[in-house]
Design a protein around this ligand. Structure first.
Ligand code: NAD
Ligand code: IPM
Ligand code: MN
Length: 368
């Protein structure tokens, strides 16, 4: 079998620290399971700006398009906050998502048994939770035109962005949602703001039409985004798949992360359209950012990134066995009582990023 081409973009801040733990697992896979990865590293975000003067070098996109999958840590940080807008690290991330056509961002919020008491919410509200937030990733308010900041003739300044979706954009994300639901509990909740925003009136109409025409076996419901934010903390288990606009999904997924115990627990997969062979361009990354407040302290939780790698094995490389092994190893480490600071609980042992990564590998070792 040809080696699987993996591009690793550690990025900035804790991105570098958590990605180092994934490298341990990749090395383990090569040594203990003879799985060959053809790995290259690239620069994105602040790290790229420091070397190339741009957060998004052309060679990073070239490498990403040539890879079978991309793994990303996180980008951004105070060091680059005052740069002009188009040089900010976040522009690199948004650019690569758009240029790779990664319109479907899967953000699964799963509460692992060992962490059912780690959430700020009550045990019964979150125990056993398994929901999928599907965030549209290359359209909506993040990418709509016109956008910008202008000065009007009277000197008033005006800042503006545009919420826009076309029917093909709505239908393609809708299809992913219904297909995901078919493999789960067959329920899709489409989250919009159709009481206020015309764009999401269209979104709702298209979801209804799509369900009727192609997915009558899947139940479709609708919810306004403000209510959805409230329902996520009131009774998250009512959801199966949530599908929503780009910015709504950004906000709701951080909120869902806290159901699982920490932002440091939420992995994600960003997928493009399937080609004739069923292959999709894909980038895997934790939902969290570069966490400047804890960067450089070896205290970040690497599990979201480790589980993003498991998603990579599952979705891009058809390696369900190895993905299962990684997820089982993560569960075993947590069951054994190790916690990074963000998920620390009374009576448990607080460990560093490095020790958490090493212990996941030790658990993998027990499986072969
Ligand atoms: P953040 O996600 O970086 O951090 C929010 C809070 O969660 C912080 O208190 C942080 O310490 C904590 N946290 C996040 N990940 C953690 C982990 N793995 N383990 C333990 N604690 C963790 O969000 P922010 O502070 O709003 O943004 C910081 C920078 O990251 C900004 O530049 C922002 O643009 C960028 N960002 C990047 C991404 C990405 O690359 N995908 C995502 C979000 C934010
Ligand atoms: C995320 C982040 C990004 C987003 C930023 C850093 C561009 O918050 O991946 O959730 O808003 O999409
Ligand atoms: Mn976000």
């Amino acid at each position: 079998m040809a080696a699987k081409k993996l591009l690793i973009l550690p990025g900035d801040g804790i991105g570098v620290e958590v990605m180092a733990q994934v490298r341990r697992i990749i090395d383990w896979m090569a040594k203990k399971r003879k799985i060959e990865f053809d790995i290259s590293e690239g620069l994105l975000g602040g790290a790229a700006y420091d070397v190339h003067g741009t957060p998004y070098p052309a060679e990073t996109l070239e490498k990403a398009l040539a890879a079978d999958a991309v793994l990303l840590g996180a980008v951004g940080g105070p060091k680059w906050d005052d740069l002009p807008f188009d040089k900010k690290p976040e522009r690199g991330l948004l650019g690569i998502r758009k240029d790779m056509g990664l319109f479907a961002n899967l953000r699964p919020a799963t509460v692992l048994d060992a962490l059912a008491d780690a959430s700020t919410l009550k045990h019964d509200v979150v125990a056993g939770l398994d929901i999928m937030i599907l965030r549209e990733l290359t359209g909506g308010l993040y990418f709509g035109e016109p956008r910008g900041i202008e000065t009007l003739p009277d000197g008033t300044r005006k800042g503006f962005n545009t919420l826009v979706y076309t029917t093909p954009e709505i239908v393609r994300i809708g299809r992913v949602a219904f297909e995901l639901a078919r493999k789960r509990n067959k329920r899709v909740c489409s989250v919009d703001k159709a009481n206020v925003l015309e764009c999401t009136v269209l979104w709702r109409e298209e979801m209804i039409k799509l369900q009727k025409e192609e997915f009558p076996d899947v139940e479709l419901s609708h919810m306004y985004v403000d209510n959805a934010a409230m329902q996520l903390v009131r009774n998250p288990k009512q959801f199966d798949v949530i599908v929503t606009e780009n910015m709504f999904g950004d906000i709701l997924s951080d909120c869902a992360a806290m159901l699982t115990g920490s932002l440091g627990m939420l992995p994600s997969a960003s997928l493009g359209a399937a080609d004739a062979q069923g292959r999709r361009k894909a980038l895997y990354e934790p939902v969290h950012g570069s966490a400047p407040d804890i960067a450089g302290k070896d205290m970040a939780n690497p599990l979201a990134t480790i589980m993003s790698f498991a998603m990579c094995l599952r979705y891009s490389f058809d390696m369900a066995t190895e993905a299962d092994m990684i997820e089982a190893a993560v569960k075993a480490v947590l069951k054994g009582g190790l916690r990074t600071a963000d998920i620390m609980q009374p009576g448990k042992a607080k460990v560093s990023t490095t020790v958490m990564g090493e212990t996941v590998v030790r658990e993998l070792d027990k499986m072969v």
